[in-house]
Design a protein around this ligand. Structure first.
Ligand code: PLP
Length: 396
């Protein structure tokens, strides 16, 4: 999964360009920066790579989500429908704009079940946010049809799936906006960083200002900028953007290694008749960062994950994890926040103390994901695949 495995001379060169001028901020200092604009260059590279009109970089995937929501006009009183299986950041960012997350079941795509989405729509629903987990995608045609029918915003949390696509279009570019994370364990990394992509100029212009204290960036210099509305400092630095620039140039190579390695592991595991695989709405668009599969029941899955770990393989049994699946999110269930949630939100959250998600449990309770690495040579991949099959068979 992580681009950090391919960190090298290219990243150092880009960072050095910045260190030589000493201008580490992405805005202003036009003279001394000597034509070095790494953040701008990376934004353009993302637009070109994903075939999308606008990209706004931010300091993280979390701030990209907050910024996108603000720019899309999502705020207090609005409900955002999102999956029970996600990363806490997706949930937290909804709070950051004062909106209410409405969790609904996932299906065997490991993200939003379209039927559950439709059932959860209320007059307060403003947006649907699929989370393209573990490198692969939601059933976007079905979700888009629901959003179009009910006039809802489709916001793709594609933080884990940079480089993936759906029916020929880059993930993140199919909804009204999409977000990416370039934190240290994502497909490509800036150390810390994020991006919003959109084809909507209004969303872009608002994102650009919101992530920089509301600066419109139209002044002859920073001091002459206007501030049409309030924002925050969610800026990326030039140093971080420089790393990302070297990384995005490696993306095609990263994806081809991941896809090759994943295929070897998946083909091996497919020989075990009790194992089934995550449904991929467009297999060709899988960014292949993880291999996700199902065992017949929860106990077998938990045991298989333990056997994999004992064999030296990475295994995520999400059902027991307190970052990714609602079951163990006690801090959210207790409304454990440093600042008071808006009163309406607190009330809306009460339901999660007791609310059960049997349909999600039936999926996540049987699911294991194992990350695909870039650094393995062909012998190592085969060895991992053999160990995987052996570990899984040992509990059946
Ligand atoms: C990583 C991630 C985020 C947040 O990204 P950061 O850059 O770590 O803030 C949001 N959503 C999902 C699904 C993620 O995996």
């Amino acid at each position: 999964m992580p681009g950090y495995e391919l960190f090298g001379a290219e990243e150092r060169k880009e960072v050095n360009d910045v260190l030589e001028t000493g201008i580490m901020m992405r805005y202003g200092f036009d003279g001394p920066r000597k034509g070095i604009w790494k953040a701008k260059e990376l934004e353009q590279a993302i637009c070109d790579k994903l075939d999308v009109k606008y990209t706004q970089l931010t300091s993280s995937g979390t701030t990209a989500l907050s910024t996108a929501m603000a720019a899309l006009g999502i705020g207090a009183g609005d409900e955002i429908i999102m999956p029970t299986f996600t990363f806490v950041a997706s949930f937290e960012s909804v709070f950051s704009v004062g909106a209410t997350p409405v969790l609904v079941d996932v299906d065997d795509t490991l993200t939003l079940d379209p039927k559950a989405v439709e059932a959860a729509i209320t007059p307060q629903t403003k947006a649907v946010m699929p989370v393209h987990m573990c490198g692969s995608m939601a059933d976007l045609d079905a979700l888009k049809a629901i959003c179009d029918k009910h006039q809802l915003i489709l916001l793709e949390d594609a933080c884990q799936s940079f480089g993936g696509s759906y029916k020929g279009k880059a993930l993140g570019t199919i909804g009204h906006a999409g977000t990416f994370s370039f934190d240290f364990v994502k497909t490509i990394t800036c150390a810390e960083g994020g991006a919003i992509v959109t084809n909507d100029q209004d969303v872009y212009v608002k994102s650009d200002a919101y992530a920089d204290h509301g600066h419109d960036h139209l002044g002859v210099d920073r001091g002459a900028d206007q501030h049409p509305f309030m924002g925050y400092n969610y800026r990326i630095s030039e140093l971080h953007a420089a790393v990302g620039l070297a990384q995005i140039r490696k993306l095609d190579n990263i994806l081809s290694i991941l896809r090759n390695n994943k295929k070897i592991m998946k083909d091996a595991l497919a020989t075990v008749s009790e194992v089934t695989f995550r449904r991929l709405p467009d297999e060709a668009g899988d960014s292949a960062t993880h291999l996700s599969f199902f065992l017949p029941d929860e106990n077998t899955a938990r045991a298989a994950a333990a056997a994999m770990k004992a064999a030296g393989l990475a295994a995520f049994f999400w059902f027991d994890n307190n970052w990714h699946y609602i079951r163990q999110w006690d801090h959210f269930k207790q409304n454990a926040s440093l600042h008071a949630f808006p009163p309406g939100l607190k009330q809306a959250m009460e339901q999660y103390k007791t609310k059960q998600f049997p349909a999600s449990d039936a999926i996540i309770g049987r699911c294991i994901s194992t990350p695909v690495n870039l650094g393995w040579n062909q012998d190592e991949v085969k060895e991992k695949a053999e160990k995987l099959v052996k570990a899984v068979k040992s509990v059946l």
